[in-house]
Every structure is written in C-alpha cells, then in structure tokens.
Design a protein around this ligand. Structure first.
Ligand code: GTP
Ligand code: MG
Length: 417
C-alpha cells in the first residue's frame, strides 16, 4: 500500500526549548511512521501564543497550503491538539486532511487493536474524539465507518452522521460494561496473589522485560504501541515466592484523555496491583520527561500511591554509564538494567523481593495433627518454615501473603471444628 505523504507542524511557544521541540517532533514523526505515513517535511513556527482561530498564524497556514499543493501532500499533522474550530478553519486554508496528535495516536491504536476488548475500547475513544470534529473533510479516521463524513457537503449529512455516532457510542459503552464484568471475574481469581504491574512510556522495553523475567513470549517490536492488551503471568522470585506480573499498554505524552478513560478495564490490572515496576528507556534524550508523563498518567488512573521500582532499561545503549550513579542517588528504589541483554536482572528481582516482603507475614498455625486438609492447604499456599508436634497438635510456622491469610483463617475456622 502506498504511504500517505505528510507534513508535521510544531508550534514553538516561549516555554519550549529548541531541543524539546525537536524531540517532540521526532516523536511525532515516529508516530506518523507507525500510522503508515511518510513525512516529507517539518514545519516550525515560533510564536508568543497560540492563534485562537487557526492555532498557527494565518500566514503560516497559507505557506503550508502552498507546500501541500506543490508536493501533493495528503496529510498535515500538528503536534498539539487542535480544537474543532481550528481544524475547520485550517481546512478552509489547507486543502488536505488535518490531523492532530490525539487523532494520530487514536489511529495507531485502531490499527494495532486485535482483541475484542481493545477494539471496542479504541472505537469508543475514536468516536468520542470524532463527534465534535465532524466536518466534510474528515475522512482519515472515518474510513471504517462506511464513509461517515466523506459523503456529504451538506450540514444535514453531518447531522445524520452525528446521530449514527451517538448511537454507536451507546452500544459500545454497553459492550464495554459486559467486558468489564468478565474481567472483574478473572481478576477476582487473582486476588490471592501479590501482583506487580509493568508500566512505562511506550517502547521503553516493558514487554522485553516481561519476556526476560518470565519467559512469556510477549510481542516485542521497535515501534510505538506494540502492546495494547494486558498479559498476566506468574513469576517465581525464589523457591517459594511467586507473584503475578502483568504487561500492558504503554503511555505517551498527551495520551488522549478519552483513550485513557475507555481503556479502563485494560488498565485495571495496574490500578489493582500491589507494586509498580516503572520501566524507563534511559538511553532516550527525554527520559526524565517520560518518567514525569508516566507518573502523571498513573496518578490520573488512580494508581499514584503505589510502591514503585524505577527500572532504568537499555543501559547497553549508553555510551557513558557514569550518569547511572547520579540517577540512583536521585531516584531511590531504582535499578539499572538491560532487559534485552540480560544485565542486572537478578538485582531487579531482589528489589522486587524486598519491596513485596512487606506484603508477606509469618504466622504459626495450630491444628490437629490429623487435619490433613488444613496442613496440605498450608503447604500449597505458603512457605512452611518450621513444623512442631505436641500433644496431638501440629504447629506450623508459615510465610504467606497478607491477602491469603484472611481467606485462610476463614477456611481454618470452618475446617478446624
Ligand atoms: N538495546 C536494547 N534494546 C531494548 C532493550 N529492551 C528493549 N529493547 C528494544 O526496545 C524496543 C521496544 O521494546 P518493547 O519491549 O516492545 O517495549 P514496550 O515498552 O513493551 O513498548 P509498547 O508495548 O509499544 O509500549 C524493542 O525493539 C526491544 O528490542 C534493552 O535493554 N536494550
Ligand atoms: Mg509492549
């Protein structure tokens, strides 16, 4: 398939440095490439503030319009989110599709979604995003809806399309509710385990780390948003200690809010986990900003208060590793690794062990020495550290995670009668 020809546009406001803008536009180009476009040119405008009507200055928009014609550009991509009015005004000046960062991200998610859950979540986010932006030029994201927005020049057509979209949104929300319920049941079965979630910026190496830690065979690719669905695996930390670890969708600067909202059931794994393993691509020039973006997103989904290990990944790509000692001072509970080259993985495992140790407690359980059900159950769910017999009783010293203890004591009280 022929690639769509695109231009990317960035606005340099006073608080943004040249270097930052360059990195933002690098990322935008990577997003464009991921979405299947070929970026022919980069345009930057320096301004004191955003132009309310057209985002960039009108003169700049006209300049872009000329380039679009000369080079037969099909798509102009803005690094910031545009209002519906700005899109409309820009489309009057520039005769091709105008897409903003959120639109592009949603488009990539739509292309990547494979499972029923991910597809439903993305479609909902897309339609919510599209609804206020519906114009006759809007064809980029709407191909799959039988040409919504492509047919009519008239406002009536747009009104009809809006109604169709609203109805579809309602159906999707109901569908998601059912999926969520299914997910809740699945997650309930995992309640007895200590759970860790891998989180991080997209392309940081979460899935690679998952594969290194548990032999999981999760899909890894040097592209943005390789992972959209959650994978959960059990991981052995020592001979007796097992936890569940999950890999999930990555975050990015300016992730569309309705995308986060509709990915609620996918992100529930993160929200319900006991600890977070925050994976950072330390070889990226903007890695500290990435950390901030991820922290903000985690806060937003309501998982901000969890104990977190910061994992500086891809240290094999660093020319100079002296920065790592500075980083370990600055960020406590951090560890530097290479998931791909298997460097320092045991240090990470030890970190995880020490962080989850507070989730485990030791307890002496007393029961009749013939109460095999209780005894075997204890061996099953915990680590038996010591065993003593006295007066037809057995005293088992066990280590279990706190969550299991409550359940176990309930079982014990019924079994022990
Ligand atoms: N050099 C090097 N590359 C790595 C390392 N860890 C991961 N990568 C590469 O980084 C790219 C992204 O890795 P993934 O594991 O797919 O990243 P992810 O965080 O799961 O990304 P998304 O699912 O897209 O959010 C792949 O090309 C990996 O091979 C590492 O330690 N060193
Ligand atoms: Mg991944």
């Amino acid at each position: 398939m022929e690639k769509e020809k695109a231009i990317v546009v960035g606005l340099k406001l006073p608080h943004i440095s040249d270097e930052q803008l360059k990195d933002y536009l690098d990322e935008l180009e990577l997003l464009a490439y991921t979405a299947g476009c070929e970026v022919l040119q980069r345009i930057v405008q320096e301004r004191q503030r955003i132009e309310a009507a057209t985002f960039i200055g009108k003169g700049k928009a006209e300049e872009i319009s000329r380039i679009v014609e000369e080079k037969s550009i099909q798509l102009v991509i803005f690094d910031d989110d545009l209002t519906a009015v700005q899109v409309r005004n820009l489309e009057r000046i520039i005769k091709c599709k105008i897409v903003d960062r959120s639109g592009l991200i949603l488009d990539i998610f739509a292309k990547r979604a494979k499972s029923k859950e991910a597809m439903t979540q993305v479609e909902l986010a897309q339609l919510q995003y599209m609804l206020p932006r519906l114009t006759k030029m809007w064809t980029h994201l709407s191909k799959q809806y039988g040409g919504i927005g492509t047919k009519g020049p008239g406002e009536t057509q747009i009104e009809t399309d809006r109604r169709v979209i609203r109805r579809r949104i309602k159906i999707l929300k109901e569908k998601l509710k059912d999926i969520e319920q299914e997910r809740n049941i699945q997650r309930k079965s995992r309640q007895d385990f200590v759970r860790a979630a891998l989180v991080g910026y997209t392309n940081a190496g979460k899935s690679t780390l998952m594969n290194t830690l548990v032999d999981a065979d999760v899909f890894v690719e040097d592209r943005l948003f390789a992972t959209l669905d959650t994978t959960v695996r059990s991981m052995k930390l020592s001979n007796t200690q097992k936890i569940l670890i999950s890999d999930t969708v990555g975050f990015i600067r300016k992730l569309p809010p309705n995308l986060i909202a509709s990915f609620k059931s996918t992100l529930a794994e993160v929200v319900e986990s006991d600890i977070l393993i925050h994976v950072v691509d330390v070889s990226h020039p903007l890695f500290e900003e990435h950390i901030q973006v991820v922290n903000d997103t985690i806060q937003e989904i309501g998982a901000g208060a969890k104990q977190t290990i910061l994992v500086f990944n891809k240290i094999d790509l660093l020319k100079d590793r002296t920065m790592l000692s500075e980083l370990s001072k600055k960020y406590k509970d951090s560890v530097a690794i290479s998931a791909k080259r298997n460097i320092n993985i045991s240090a990470l495992k030890n970190k995880i062990l020490s962080l989850i140790s507070s989730e485990f407690i030791e307890k002496v359980v007393e029961t009749s020495h013939t109460n095999y059900d209780v005894i075997s159950k204890l061996y099953q769910i915990g680590e038996v550290l010591d065993k003593k017999f006295k007066n037809k009783k057995v005293y088992l010293k066990v280590r279990l995670n706190k969550k299991q203890l409550g359940n176990f004591m309930k079982i014990l009280s019924t079994m022990d009668k």
